[in-house]
Design a protein around this ligand. Structure first.
Ligand SMILES: [Zn+2]
Length: 109
């Protein structure tokens, strides 16, 4: 991963962007409700481990969140205005968004 994605040379941001779709926190490029935005995403378990989740005694229709995200408009590390960054690098942002993993997480069969 380059250390200068969209002209934002911030190690924290780059590391989380590189972790998109993996366990832990990450930053993803997303199109939500017609808007371009970066999201802070949390995935508590490995993608491949989802099928192994077993909660003995839990009701069969209980729902658990295995991926969550919220939009971030300023870099939580350095404070850079991310909306402005997107506006200045729209084409590059859209390419990142195409590569970003979906929030949908389904057990592998
Ligand atoms: Zn930053």
């Amino acid at each position: 991963m380059t250390n200068n994605v969209l002209g934002h040379n911030c190690e924290w941001f780059q590391n989380l962007l590189a972790n998109a779709g993996e366990k832990g926190f990450s930053i993803t490029a997303a199109h939500e409700a017609g808007e371009r935005m970066f999201c802070l995403e949390a995935r508590p378990i490995e993608k491949g481990a989802l099928k192994d989740l077993v909660f003995p005694g839990a009701p069969p229709d209980i729902g658990i969140a295995v991926a969550m995200r919220i939009p971030v408009f300023f870099c939580p590390s350095c404070g850079r205005d991310l909306s402005r960054l997107i506006a200045e690098h729209t084409k590059d942002f859209d390419e990142l968004a195409i590569l970003a993993p979906s929030l949908a997480v389904r057990p592998e069969s």
